[in-house]
Design a protein around this ligand. Sequence first.
Ligand code: 3EB
Length: 331
Amino acid sequence: MTVDIASTYTGPFGMAYVPVTERTRLVNDPHALALIDFTEGVRVPDGTSDFAEWLPQVGGLPVCEYWHSTEPVAYERRGNFHLARTSELLFLRLMWPDTGRVEEDAQVVYAELMTVLRAEGYPHLVRVWNYLPRINAEEAGHERYRSFCVGRAAALEAVRALDDARLPAASALGSCGGGLQVYAIAAREPGIQIENPRQVSAFRYPQRYGPRSPSFSRATLKRWREGVHLYISGTASIVGHASLHETLESQLGETLANIEAVVGEAHRVEGLKVHTPNELSLIKVYLRNPADAVATEAWLRERLGKRLPMVLLQGDVCRSELLVEIEGAYF
Ligand code: 3EB
C-alpha cells in the first residue's frame, strides 16, 4: 500500500487525507471504513457511491478522507444506512433526499440512526457529521438549522438518548447540494464527554438561538481497547453562548483559543497525552467564503506549523454571522 496510514494512529482506526488519485487503489481495501471524496462522494468496497459531501475543497491538492481500520471491515446495508463494522465500532452513513421539510427529515433520519445502532449492538454515538443544503435559509418560517435541531432533539428524546451526558461530538454545516447527509461513528462502549470551559455547553444554549438547543458535546474522548482518541466538534468564534468578532482573523483567533481550551480540558481531566492543537492528528476547516481560503491557511500554518494535516472546505456555518468553523481529531 502506498499510504502507510496504520502508523499514523493508535487504537482500532484512524483517518488520513490522501490524494484523490489514490482512491481507485484504496476502494478495494478491506480495511477501509470509508473513503470520502469531497467532490465525488464516498466510495467503499461495497461499490456504492450514493454519498456526496457537496462541501467542495477550497485550495490545496485534491484529497479524500481515508478512514482505515486495523481489523478487516464487514460492509452491510440496514434500511437507509450503509454500515461498516468492526468488533469495536460501526461507521454509519446515509444520504437522505431533501424534502423541503428539514425538521421531519432530521427526525426520521435520527430515529432510524438510533434504531440501527442499537439493534446492531453499538448503542453509543461517539462522533456525528451533519451536512444539509441551505442551512441558513428560512423554511416554513424558521431557519433550516434551527428546524434541524428541533427534529434531531425530538428523535433523540423519543428514544431516551437526549441526556446531556450522552450527547456525542458533532459538526453541522451547510452544503451546496445534495440532501441531509449524516455520517457517524458508534461504539459498543460509551465515550467521555469533554466540554469547553470558555463556552456554555451547546445543549444549554438559551432559547434565543432556537427552540431546541443543539444536541452535541464539544468533544468526545474515547478509550478504545488500545489507544485513546479525541474527536473535537465543529468549533467556532463563540464565547459563552455569543458569537464574537466580524473579521476572519479575529474569528480564527477565537476559534483556535476554543480548540486549545478543549484539548487542554481533555488533557487536564482525562490525561489525554497531547495538550495543544498542533499535536492533533489533523484538522478540517469549513469556510463560508471560498475567497478566505488562502488567508485562512496562511494564518493557521503560522500558528500550527507546516506538518499538521488540514483540509479546507466550503461550508456554511450554522450561525449566519460566523465565517469559519474548525474540527479536529487525535487518533
Ligand atoms: C456552535 O458552537 C457552532 O448542531 O451539531 C457546531 C458543531 C455547531 C455542531 C450541531 C453546531 C453543531 O454552536 C455550531
